[in-house]
Design a protein around this ligand. Sequence first.
Ligand code: ATP
Ligand code: PAU
Ligand code: K
Length: 279
Amino acid sequence: MKSQHYSEQTEGTWLALEIGNSRLHWALFHGKSLNCTWDTEYLPESVIQQLGDWGAEEQRGRGAEEQRSRGSSIYPFPFPLSPFPFPLLLASVVPQQTAIWQSYPNVRVITLEDIPLNNIYPTLGIDRALALWGAGMSWGFPMLVIDAGTALTFTAADGDKNLVGGAILPGMGLQLASLGQKTGQLPQLEVEEIQLPPRFALNTPQAMQSGVIYTLLAGIKDFIDEWWRLFPDGKVAMKGGDRNLLLSYLQELYPAIASRLIVEPNLIFWGMQKISMSR
Ligand SMILES: Nc1ncnc2c1ncn2[C@@H]1O[C@H](COP(=O)(O)OP(=O)(O)OP(=O)(O)O)[C@@H](O)[C@H]1O
Ligand SMILES: CC(C)(CO)[C@@H](O)C(=O)NCCC(=O)O
Ligand SMILES: [K+]
């Protein structure tokens, strides 16, 4: 579990949880200021239920250290829970996970209705809508968000906050995984922080890396070029677990594009912050 600095202050404290397709993304806010972020695996239903019990224990004066050692090895917070429970603002693209979080004592689930973008279609992913809202409200519209997550998505809005639309494709990890799973001879490769492979590769792993990486980058360049043709002053922001790797490749191959990119992991949390303030 990776976390940034946590400061001891609980006034107006709330938790933000984004349930992604691979893992949970957490943030702790004090009012409108983002205090720290961290990622965890999905939590078993029993642990989510236990959070309520831990809260009750905490109110009876038991320390969180004790909860942690006694309760479960899957303690999801990089800090003690006190006072408990912090209100939880939740956005999820995994309905099964949303369901099991309903047992959290003080939860509010964000839906598309909460997001003041125009022209939204009913099945748009809440992660895409929130990231776009967070990016646009922080850096301005028109805005194109590239989310380099499990799926790689493009999601754009014009200067009047109308959804322009976007695209969805398998992310880097998923592309490599599907090659390994659906073929007889290709190995299972994972996303690695490697230098750009040779374009014309002379071994199997590099051939797979070359194919996935260069076509992904060419695709990203093509979408951005088209975005700038439509909206010459449009902004582009990139988030997601593979953002830094993709950024380093873009810097090497397309430096003019890379220099105009806003790279920001917390776009969804900024979107949640704006929405929590406006209600
Ligand atoms: N510790 C990690 N666990 C899982 N994926 C990681 C990790 N570190 C980097 N990644 C990369 O992040 C990508 C997944 O991105 P991310 O975590 O943003 O996806 P996600 O959980 O599906 O979230 P979302 O649904 O919001 O995109 C994977 O392709 C992987 O290469
Ligand atoms: C595309 C993903 C999987 C990206 O996380 C998610 O946003 C989602 O499930 N979206 C629903 C379909 C859509 O956005 O059109
Ligand atoms: K599915």
